[in-house]
Design a protein around this ligand. Sequence first.
Ligand code: SAM
Length: 307
Amino acid sequence: MVLVDRFGRPVTNLRISLTNECNLNCFYCHREGQTLNFEDMKPEEIERIVRIASQLGIKKVKLTGGEPTIRKDIVEIVRRIRPYVEDLSMTTNGTTLKLLAEPLKEAGLDRVNISLDTLDREKYKAITGFDVLPQVLEGIDKAVKLFHPVKLNMVCMKGLNDEEIWDMIDYAAQKNAILQLIEIEVPKEMENSWFFKKYFYPLKPLEEKFEKIAVEIKERQMHRRKKYFIPTDYGIAEVEVVRSMHNTIFCANCTRIRLTSTGHLKTCLLRRDDLVDIITPLRSGASDEELIGIFKKAVLMREPYWR
Ligand code: SAM
């Protein structure tokens, strides 16, 4: 069984924010579209919601935040939800991976995405507010030994790190990691903000270059994102491009539903009017059938943001 929304889009992925807290403070961060910030869900509550989701055909789960690894019970959460999930991944800033990569792997995590916008220590500090680049690079070294694939998430920003993109492609090839180049994403009401105007770096021209030099191009089902295989001095780099702004194809091929750390289903990162409370009924003794009904309600609220 797979749930399908009113636009014919199957829902197969769940992106769970485990906390809205973070040990870094990236100035551009969308915090997965979460504005509420009260009590985080407990491990057993997350497990139950993931079990219900898996009965509805949602077999891919990504853990995010805030920073998911600052939760003291992160290994327990991974261990609890592992049995219900075919592909269990996490996006992390990498600051804790030197210590946590091994326990997370043992608990059943399949793969990690690590955010890395720059290889320049000063810039890293300017973007995140913390001088922890060496620690993150150590975390990446540890992760690539244990997980495959490791993806590096680079949010590309005009005048800040756009000139580093080719260095990052080399670095990813060296580490045998996949590089995800990401355009800054903001809701419609923020498109005129100084921040978006100053830093938005469109990736279309770069994609056109990639089309010419790639030895192979693939298209992922999710968002129909393109993946380019680019030759470098260190071997072939795998580079994925994530362009969501005003991208109707991206939204038409979105298979994701979200769960906030406060226990609300959320249909779209960029919407502000789309929360469906699942934690209150769960805490008040709702049956599995009632929770399934809440999932179905949320799926029916899904709408492509760009269309
Ligand atoms: N703390 C974790 C991390 O750093 O990966 C998980 C949360 S973070 C919000 C998840 C991903 O979203 C990161 O790769 C981050 O770079 C990306 N991101 C945050 N704000 C963004 C924005 N405005 N546009 C595009 N990507 C963004």
